[in-house]
Design a protein around this ligand. Structure first.
Ligand SMILES: C=C(O[C@@H]1C=C(C(=O)O)C=C[C@H]1O)C(=O)O
Length: 461
């Protein structure tokens, strides 16, 4: 298998040849994946899975989103595409994952898979992506998938403290509360990690299958060793319509449905949680506004019920301002023109090209107050000072985009990063929004509740 790696900014070695055909129902998408480097973005059975790397684009630094986008544009400018289905997620597709922090050593990556299988309602498709060849006969799913080794359980799992032991993390939260009371920030999101060591080398498919089964309303993802099921959609951009699911304000579930309903009512009226939520919604609405001709921000949040927690949730929508017509930036035969042009990162649009891509919107939105705080820069500085942990790709954008720039990017929550050097070792992450009224012990309990999905996914029972 040829794996091309191109640092952003360099010329792309060979043109991609992309072919999408409709296929019969392929069954569960996640069941098609190989153990090695699976790519996934799946919710309620719909979405995309991919495998094989035809191209890997590593990026880093403050311009990591723009660099990824530019490189993707350059790839598309030379791509030869035959797409017989024409839906979001057909034709050329790239998966991506980006670090939370600008200066993180984990930077970011865009991976173009060799094979993508997608489903949207009753339509399913297969895309094959290759280099240097001409368009051949229609690909078949049986040939593209080949044979698969059975999924293996991780066996016994040991959990150890991460960068900051749980007991000390209460002090971190207390310092966050003190900083808020001192007027340094209004809200800050503080996170912690836990290290899991598995008896057998991790088979990511085990984790993905269990996450998707237990958390069907979340987006189950896998990109470059980052696995999870996030309930929070940073942005979906499709044919000019932009959607973001904002979460902030959380209460743990008890396991008793009647008690949980009462707790949902408490959450919906909790001034502490409503305040936390308001910061997150405003940060998303404010970041989307410059790109949209209209936005819709619900007056009151709804309560999202997950098996482990209840969240205050708001679906913010917007219509992209003129210029976005769903026109391909790559398209068949390399219609893009202007290699290296593009949205140039957050905010900038290029006349004559469609409006901002989903990744440019993700870049503009990141980091929202749901994972950073308010005001953003002060909260960022406070996180760097107090948290004592490298977030890596946790709480960064993870998702996919296509040739027209449309795509979906979640916030990488309820997630774990597999150690690239050791497939027995993972870092699990969880964080909590802290406001003036936060109680450190309650926040620690909340962070434990947010670790439940990954702990569940790693269990072998
Ligand atoms: C930071 C996390 O979750 C975020 C924080 C929330 C909160 O503090 O109420 C709720 C949902 C997410 O926006 C996490 O899961 O790690």
């Amino acid at each position: 298998m040829t794996v091309s790696s191109t640092p952003a900014g360099n010329a792309v070695p060979q043109p991609l040849v992309v072919r999408t055909v409709a296929v019969d129902d392929p069954g569960a998408l996640l069941a098609l994946l190989p153990q090695d480097a699976p790519l996934a973005w799946v919710r309620r059975g719909d979405g995309l899975v991919g495998w094989g790397e035809v191209l890997r684009i590593p990026v880093s630094g403050p311009d990591r989103f723009a660099a990824a986008e530019d490189a993707w544009h350059r790839v598309l400018a030379h791509a030869v595409v035959r797409d017989e289905v024409g839906l979001p997620g057909t034709g050329p597709v790239a998966f991506g994952s980006f670090a939370f922090e600008e200066d993180s050593p984990r930077g970011g990556v865009v991976v173009v898979p060799r094979v993508v299988v997608g489903r949207r309602g009753t339509t399913a498709w297969l895309t094959t992506i290759d280099t240097g060849a001409t368009i051949g006969p229609a690909p078949s799913l049986a040939r593209a998938a080949g044979s698969r080794r059975p999924v293996t359980a991780p066996g016994a799992v040991r959990y150890d403290d991460g960068a900051v032991p749980a007991a000390d993390w209460r002090d971190v939260v207390a310092q966050g509360v003190a900083a808020i009371r001192d007027g340094e920030v209004e809200k800050v999101v503080l996170a912690r990690d836990v290290v899991a060591t598995t008896e057998r080398p991790l088979d990511p498919r085990w984790v993905l299958g269990r996450l998707a089964d237990a958390y069907p309303s979340c987006w189950t993802f896998s990109v470059d060793g980052l696995l999870g099921a996030t309930p929070e959609l940073l942005v979906r951009s499709e044919k000019g319509l932009v959607t973001s699911r904002v979460l902030a304000g959380t209460i743990r579930r008890t396991g008793d449905d009647a008690a949980d309903l009462a707790r949902a009512a408490i959450l919906a009226h909790s001034s502490k949680d409503l305040e936390e939520h308001e910061y997150a919604v405003s940060s998303v609405a404010d970041a989307l506004a410059p790109y949209c001709s209209s936005t819709n921000v619900p007056d009151v949040p709804f309560v999202l019920h997950l098996p482990n927690v209840l969240h205050l949730a708001s679906d913010v929508t917007g219509v992209l301002a003129a210029g976005h017509g769903g026109v391909g930036i790559g398209g068949a035969g390399g219609a893009a023109g202007g290699a290296g042009a593009g949205t140039g990162g957050a905010g900038a649009t290029v006349p004559g090209l469609p409006g901002p891509s989903s990744l440019a919107l993700a870049a503009a939105l990141h980091p929202t107050a749901a994972v950073c705080g308010t005001p953003t820069e002060a909260a960022r500085a406070l996180i760097a000072r107090l948290e004592g942990m490298e977030r890596g790709r946790y709480a960064g954008p993870v998702g996919w985009f296509g040739a027209d720039g449309d795509g979906e990017w979640g916030i990488a929550l309820r997630s774990a990063e597999v150690d690239p050097q050791d497939p027995h070792r993972l870092r699990l992450f969880a964080g909590c929004g802290i406001v003036a009224a936060s109680d450190p012990a309650a926040e620690l309990a909340e962070s434990e509740a947010k670790l439940v999905p990954m702990r569940h996914a790693l269990a072998s029972d």
